[in-house]
Design a protein around this ligand. Structure first.
Ligand code: ANZ
Ligand code: ZN
Length: 831
């Protein structure tokens, strides 16, 4: 033990944390107290925490989230639930692959070595996981079912291939989902993302957009607000209209999507996305050279540049005219970069009076500007997007088949949509910002897509009985990113006979995004060793949805949206009878140091291993739980693991001081201490259930102090109330500091394991406050203090006050004119 861990003052009764850790680990291995029994008659609870990537050993972040999570799981065991608390590894993905390339070794070597390291660390960290359910998403036994699910999704039309511009990371040499592009940069490596035209696999998550949005209402009470908001924004539902504009010399009209159909009279031009097929098709021969030059310029730009709101607007006139479907006016059609090809229809009606981007564009190109909503008198901006009566709709003297002048925005929208529908020139429409999920990756370390491409038959799914399509064992050197999947070059693997016609064909050489693997792992945990199916539906229905999901808020729109989508599809496949996988969610904060994120370059990293070696597992866990509310960030510079250790030693010493026998009847013990104990146990339950774990710890600290005081004062170590208090301390501490709790439990004369003893029973009668002090005033002066029952009636209190000898003396025979009673605290006698 180090010096810090054994302050001199504590030396007398020394508590060797490391010896205690070494002592209990094998005992728990033997007892397996946290194996979830599918057939248990107890009510089921499913406690899930996000499983890690196997990059390196566990760090402070893992330590924090699992310490918080374990409070809940261990509490549920104590409260009599059968708890499923599984753990595994999200073991495919880029980190392992990149590390393998650097070291010219196989990603599997790196991955499985790290998994073993993390597994050992989790065991030592004593999280109450059911290790019999451990899984790794990179095992063929797991990814066989990921492939199976992919094929089922494909059968349902929910997995498909299309050619379109996609996000491309030039460093990782792979495509990225929209969700993996953060402010225009690759979420993994930070490189600026560019666009490429590629044929890729997608999941049709947009088909579930409305349901994914609606489900959030149901989750809102039990999910963090910021996650709900992030998902709502990501799904991005808007209501408006599809409006059809006839184009000169073109059969088909162009449909635009607008959220403001009421502004149609202010449409002075149309703009289409420069990189859309539509723009290339519309442009006149005369304008084509200018258009192509402009398009080539834009293609070099990143999304972040394109969408920056402060940059000057650019564009090219395509040379064609469109007709306003309400006014019949002819307006020019332009191509620009501020319209996105893959949002709405990729074409926009330009309303400079109502939309700032359009205002800037019109100003730059010299196009007319007409306001259609009257701004307030004091408005001095450009475009006005707020409330106000419609104006110029139509403008004075213009004859139009629709007149919405004077209507408010909502009414004007409704009237316009009604007109468009009756004239067959448009329809009311709902639009979502959510895009389909691009799932294919041109990288090695992932699940192969189980499809064969045959020159005769086309896309052929690999038959189910041939799953899994195993990854060939390539060496690190062959995995270097080349822009095409390394699997395409693995001749022996990629060339196969077509499952349908037997002719020569090629396997699909892309792999799946790792987010596919983690979208259904919570289902696999209910029957992780079942090799006949992805998961056992009956068990899933019995255990799920997960009662709590603890993890980082960084997954707010990726993993958490994908997992919800998968669950809805599984429900539609008839496999499960619920549609949301996670009923409640808790986000932990981040562990920082000296006010900043820990990083190698700043040199402010805190090593979990060193902390554990210095203070022991329990003190580190206690520090993390006690630091503040779970959602708050923890600055390691502000907390005191040595203080935590001192507290644990204090608690541990109580267990050695108790001299009564186990089973001593607490009813015969000191009632004051008993009140503190029972109040603490009752409050601890409420505090844990409302995630106020830090307050729960503070209350245990108070109980330890009260118990110590009782021992050292008149009550003494033999009083059964002291034993009751020490046992309660041990049980409450077992949620946070399992080693210390187990050790206390043994010293108190009990068998292991304390983790499964059950919650202390609360005696309600001990929660009632016995008396309160009532002040009696005569002529405004305090003349007596009475100890009365807290629920005393006004009449009783008045009688008691008048009966008091002190009051009688103060009255000295004077007549009481008025009695003011505020039960139970005050009686005021006016004389
Ligand atoms: C005319 C208009 C007038 C608009 C006005 C706004 C205000 P959200 O809420 O994000 O759905 N838009 C449509 N498709 C677009 C695309 N592919 N790229 C860029 N902008 C696009 O916004 C929808 C609005 O964004 C649409 O309504 C359209 O501009 C624009 F006073 O149409 B609006
Ligand atoms: Zn074929």
């Amino acid at each position: 033990m180090t010096e810090q861990a054994t302050p001199a003052t504590e030396a007398a009764a020394s508590y060797d944390v490391h010896a205690v850790e070494a002592k209990w680990q094998p005992v728990w291995d033997e007892l397996q107290p946290f194996r979830a029994d599918d057939d248990s008659p107890r009510e089921k609870r499913y406690a899930l925490t996000m499983f890690p990537y196997p990059s390196g050993d566990l760090h402070m972040g893992h330590a924090e989230v699992t310490a918080l999570h374990d409070v809940i799981a261990r509490y549920w065991w104590h409260r009599g639930f059968e708890v499923l608390n599984p753990m595994g590894w999200d073991s495919f993905g880029l980190p392992a692959e990149n590390a393998a390339i650097r070291n010219d070794e196989h990603p599997a070597t790196y991955t499985y070595a790290n998994i073993e390291t993390q597994y050992e660390s989790f065991k030592k960290y004593a999280v109450s996981f059911d290790w019999s359910r451990r899984l790794h998403t990179s095992d063929p036994e797991y990814y066989r079912w990921t492939q199976w699910l992919f094929l089922k999704f494909r059968e349902r039309g929910l997995a498909y291939r299309k050619n379109s511009p996609v996000n491309w990371c030039p460093v990782d040499q792979t495509v990225l989902a929209n969700e993996q592009v953060v402010d225009g940069h690759c979420e993994r490596c930070g490189a600026e993302v560019t666009k490429r035209e590629l044929t890729q696999w997608y999941f049709r998550i947009t088909e579930y957009a409305q349901e994914l949005l609606d489900g959030l209402d149901e989750l809102a009470p039990t999910w963090p607000d910021r996650v709900i908001t992030a998902q709502r924004n990501w799904i991005g539902r808007s209501e408006g209209a599809h409006v059809r504009f006839e184009i000169e010399g073109r059969e088909e009209p162009i449909t635009v999507y607008t959220t403001r159909p009421d502004t149609i009279f202010g449409t002075t031009f149309m703009v289409v996305a420069v990189d859309s097929a539509l723009a290339a098709e519309l442009v006149t021969d005369e304008q084509r050279p200018a258009f192509e030059a402009y398009r080539d310029e834009i293609r070099k730009e990143t999304e972040i540049e394109r969408l920056a709101s402060d940059r000057p607007k650019t564009g090219v006139d395509l040379g064609v005219q469109a007709t306003n479907p309400v006014t019949g006016e002819r307006i020019p059609v332009w191509a620009t970069d501020y319209v996105l090809a893959d949002y709405g229809t990729g074409a926009v009606m330009g309303v400079p009076g109502g939309d700032q981007r359009d205002w800037e564009f019109a100003t730059a190109m010299g196009l007319p500007i007409v306001r259609t909503t009257e701004p307030p008198a004091d408005f001095d901006g450009d475009a006005y997007a707020g409330e106000g009566p419609a104006i110029n709709s139509p403008a004075a003297g213009i004859d139009a088949p629709l007149d919405i002048n004077g209507l408010g925005v909502d009414e004007a929208k409704r009237a316009t949509i009604e007109f468009l529908e009756s004239a067959d020139r448009g329809t009311g429409a709902v639009n979502f910002r959510l895009r389909d999920w691009l799932l294919s990756r041109q990288r090695y370390w992932g699940v192969p897509i189980p499809v064969v491409h045959c020159p005769t038959c086309g896309e052929v799914p690999v038959p189910e009985d041939q799953l899994p399509v195993e990854l060939p064992a390539l060496r690190g050197a062959d995995l270097k990113p080349k822009g095409v999947s390394p699997l395409a070059a693995a001749e022996e693997w990629v060339n196969v006979d077509c499952p349908q016609c037997g002719g020569p064909a090629k396997r699909d050489s892309d792999t799946m995004d790792t987010f596919v693997d983690s979208s259904w792992y919570m289902f696999r945990f209910v029957s992780p060793n079942d090799n006949t199916q992805a998961f056992d539906p009956a068990k899933a229905n019995a255990w799920m949805p997960c009662d709590i999901y603890v993890g980082g808020v960084e997954h707010a729109v990726l993993h958490l949206l994908y997992g919800r989508f998968f669950t809805k599809v599984l429900a539609d496949m008839g496999l499960v009878d619920f549609r949301e996988p996670w009923s409640a969610q808790l986000n932990q904060g981040v562990v920082i140091n000296e006010g900043a994120k820990m990083s190698k370059s700043k040199g402010n990293g805190v090593s979990l291993g060193e902390q554990l070696a210095t203070y022991g597992v329990d003190a580190v866990r206690l520090t993390l739980v006690f630091a503040g509310p779970p959602e708050d960030d923890i600055d390691w510079a502000d907390v005191s693991p040595s203080g935590s250790l001192r507290f644990l030693q204090r608690a541990w010493r109580l267990s050695g001081d108790v001299t009564s026998e186990p089973g001593a009847d607490p009813a015969e013990g000191d009632v004051e201490l008993r009140r503190v104990t029972h109040r603490t146990v009752a409050d601890a339950a409420t505090l844990v259930e409302s995630y106020r774990f830090n307050v729960m710890v503070a209350r245990v600290m108070e109980l330890v102090n009260a118990t110590r005081k009782a021992i050292d004062s008149g009550v003494g170590p033999a009083d059964p109330a002291v034993r009751e208090a020490a046992e309660a301390v041990a049980i409450l501490l077992s949620l946070v500091a399992p080693y210390t709790a187990e050790e206390m439990w043994e010293r108190l004369g009990h068998e292991p394991t304390i983790a499964r003893t059950g919650w202390p029973e609360v005696d309600e009668s001990l929660l009632v406050q016995e008396s309160v002090t009532c002040v009696v005033q005569v002529r405004g002066k305090v003349r007596a203090r009475l100890e009365v029952a807290p629920d005393i009636s006004e009449a009783e209190l008045e009688a008691a006050a008048l009966a008091s000898p002190d009051v009688q003396r103060a009255l000295d025979g004077a007549e009481v004119r008025k009695v003011i009673v505020r039960a139970p605290k005050l009686v005021n006698l006016v004389v």
